[in-house]
Every structure is written in C-alpha cells, then in structure tokens.
Design a protein around this ligand. Structure first.
Ligand SMILES: CCCCCCCCC/C=C/C(=O)SCCNC(=O)CCNC(=O)[C@H](O)C(C)(C)COP(=O)(O)OP(=O)(O)OC[C@H]1O[C@@H](n2cnc3c(N)ncnc32)[C@H](O)[C@@H]1OP(=O)(O)O
Ligand SMILES: NC(=O)C1=CN([C@@H]2O[C@H](COP(=O)(O)OP(=O)(O)OC[C@H]3O[C@@H](n4cnc5c(N)ncnc54)[C@H](OP(=O)(O)O)[C@@H]3O)[C@@H](O)[C@H]2O)C=CC1
Length: 277
C-alpha cells in the first residue's frame, strides 16, 4: 500500500475481509478516511455522492493508492441521498455489483452557517432533507432491499449538537433527529440481526473539502480555544471508531451514539452570546 494512505492498523483484517460496505460521501474528508480504512481491511466498498466528477476522481485515486491489486473492490456512483429514486438505485446497484451489503455508513451531509432568524424555508428544508430525511431513506431502503433478510450494520455520522447548535439550528435539529432515529431503528430491526449506531464527531475534524465548503480554510482552527485536547481532530480518528462499531467487537452495541470529540462537547461552546438589542 502506498505510504501516503493513512489508515489505522488496530483492526484484524480477518474480521472485515470480503464484507461489502456503502459509504455515502465516501470521496472526501471523513468519508474518504472511512473508505480507505475499509478497503485496507479487505472490504468491497461502494462510494456515492452528488458530484460525479469529484467522486470519480477520488475513486480513481483510491483504486491506485489503496487497492492497486484489487481495483474492482471500489465502486462509485452518483447519488443524491435527498432523492428517493437515487437511493433505491444505489442499493440495488450495489447488490448487483457486489452481491450483498454488510455495512452502510451514512456520512454524506452538511449545512451552511446562519443565524436561525435568517434561514429561509428553502434553506432549512435543504439541510433537513439532506441530513435527516436522506439518512432515513438510505436506512429504510437498505433494510427493505437487503438487511431485513440478511442482517447488517449501519453507522450514521452526526455532529456535536448536544448543547444546541447556535448558527447551525437546521443541522442541529436534523442530527438530533438522526440520534433518535438511530435508537428507534436499533429496536425495530434488532430481531433481524441489524445494528444501528451513530458517531458524533466534534466540530474540529479538519477536512479540506469541508473548509472549502465554508469558504474559510481556518474554520476548524477557530474552534481550538474551546477544544480540551488543543489540536484538530483527523478524519482517521473518526474512521477508526466507525470501523469498531461495524466490527463484531461491537456485537452488543446498538442504538448508541459515540462522541469522537476529545471531551469537547462537555466543555464550552465557541458561540458568544450577543449583547441584548
Ligand atoms: C459560524 C461558526 C460555525 C462553526 C462551524 C464549525 C464546523 C461545524 C462542524 C460541522 C462540520 C461539517 O459538517 S463539515 C461538512 C461540510 N460539507 C458540506 O456542508 C457539504 C454539503 N452541504 C451542502 O451541499 C449545502 O450546505 C446544503 C444546503 C446542505 C445543500 O445545498 P444545495 O445547493 O443542494 O441546496 P438547494 O436545495 O439548492 O437549496 C439551497 C438553499 O439553501 C440555502 N443556502 C445554501 N447555502 C447557503 C449559504 N451559504 N448561506 C445561506 N443560505 C444558504 C439557500 O436558501 C439556498 O436557496 P437559494 O437562496 O435559492 O440558493
Ligand atoms: N469535519 C467536521 O468537523 C465534522 C463533520 N461532520 C459531518 O461528517 C460528515 C462528513 O463531513 P466532512 O468529511 O467533514 O466534510 P465534506 O464536505 O468533505 O463531506 C461531505 C460529503 O457529503 C457528501 N454529500 C453532501 N450532500 C450529499 C447528498 N445530498 N447526497 C449524497 N452525498 C452528499 C459530499 O459529496 P458531494 O458534494 O459530491 O455530494 C461530501 O463527500 C458530514 O455529514 C458532516 O456534516 C460532523 C461534525 C463535524
């Protein structure tokens, strides 16, 4: 494997070899780290997101750097998780290509910063549709098409919204919704051998694409004065937790949300209360 690919070496490959995973948003940032780790462990992975040029380029790069001897272990396709037909197609295409689906990582998502008072209904709906409804559609569809009969594991990536999420009210509400959806699905689908968990990264996991989305390369650095570990987090520190939850080491863990934030959610928020008008 090329030295430039960062993966944790804490997992036994025998636990993952031959498993099939879907990672939404698997071509950038945290999703790319998850994809690289799963490929390194011997999984077959389907990555999917809206921007076909970007995901294709990322897939080509990972085929040559992570799995040069098994490039067919990585497939990619265009999918907007807000569109039900796209998601149905993602699940059926993955089944057609790889024959089964063991894992789904709902990582695709995002938002824009804005005071709640300035968010239009269109903007609100865009964020709710992406992060809450999109995650729901992917979960429902993989269950109906495969996991109800065959079991599987789902991990949803959410966010640090535990004390509310000032300037991010839409995503805070959506991610809190996914935290609760995780518990419901874990109960409803446990008899079918399906586990459902979430991972909540702190708001300081450096991702170049995420910073570009906000138009501020230092956006995560601004958080550092309220981050107890006094450093940025890495996508690989999130992916190792995701892999743990996917693995049999977590066979009795379901309906749980694991915070990957170095205790940041226990401490202060960055938001400064404004002076009353
Ligand atoms: C401060 C401290 C924080 C500190 C923050 C520290 C980091 C926090 C931690 C979290 C980190 C991450 O999640 S990192 C992940 C970052 N990555 C992403 O966010 C990528 C995915 N996000 C997106 O694609 C977009 O944000 C999202 C809105 C969800 C979807 O965009 P689309 O263009 O597809 O949406 P559409 O359906 O076309 O609707 C667009 C409408 O959304 C609204 N809208 C979209 N962008 C807007 C913007 N920048 N400002 C206002 N409004 C906007 C407008 O109403 C748009 O309508 P019109 O007015 O008609 O155009
Ligand atoms: N970085 C951080 O500090 C934190 C990140 N998170 C969350 O982690 C996840 C990954 O973020 P990160 O890697 O940092 O940022 P990125 O912007 O790199 O990742 C977001 C990914 O989601 C995909 N995506 C967005 N909307 C959709 C959609 N409608 N359908 C399918 N795919 C979509 C994007 O691809 P495309 O544009 O091609 O669709 C992109 O690959 C996100 O859910 C994010 O909100 C949560 C807390 C903190």
């Amino acid at each position: 494997m090329a030295a430039a690919v960062k993966v944790s070496s804490v997992f036994r490959k025998s636990l993952f070899k031959g498993k099939v995973a879907i990672v939404t948003g698997g071509g950038t940032g945290i999703g790319k780290a998850i994809t690289q780790e799963l490929l390194h462990l011997g999984c077959k992975v389907m990555i999917a997101s809206r921007n076909i040029e970007r995901i294709q380029k990322a897939a080509e790069e990972m085929r040559s750097t992570v799995v040069p001897n098994k490039p067919t272990n990585l497939a990619h396709m265009q999918c907007n998780i807000r569109k039900e037909d796209n998601v149905k197609d993602l699940i059926s295409s993955t089944l057609k290509q790889f024959g089964k689906i063991d894992y789904v990582v709902n990582n695709g998502g995002g938002q824009f910063p804005s005071p709640a008072s300035n968010i239009s209904v269109k903007g609100w709906n865009a964020v709710i549709d992406t992060n809450l409804t999109g995650t729901f559609i992917v979960c429902r569809e993989v269950y109906n098409q495969w996991m109800e009969q065959n079991g599987g594991v789902i991990v949803n990536i959410i966010a640090d919204m535990w004390k509310g999420f000032p300037t991010m009210s839409h995503t805070g509400a959506a991610r809190a919704g996914v935290d609760n959806l995780t518990k419901t699905l874990a109960i409803e689908w446990a008899p079918d051998g399906v586990r459902v968990n979430s991972v909540a990264p702190g708001s300081f996991i450096y991702s170049e694409t995420a910073a570009a989305n906000y138009g501020d390369s230092k956006i995560f650095h601004h958080m550092l004065d309220v981050v107890p570990v006094k450093r940025l987090g890495t996508p690989e520190e999130v992916s190792s937790c995701v892999c743990y939850l996917l693995s049999p080491a977590a066979s009795l863990i379901s309906g749980e949300t694991v915070k990957v934030d170095g205790a940041a959610s226990l401490h202060n928020t960055k938001y400064e209360i404004r002076v009353s008008k």
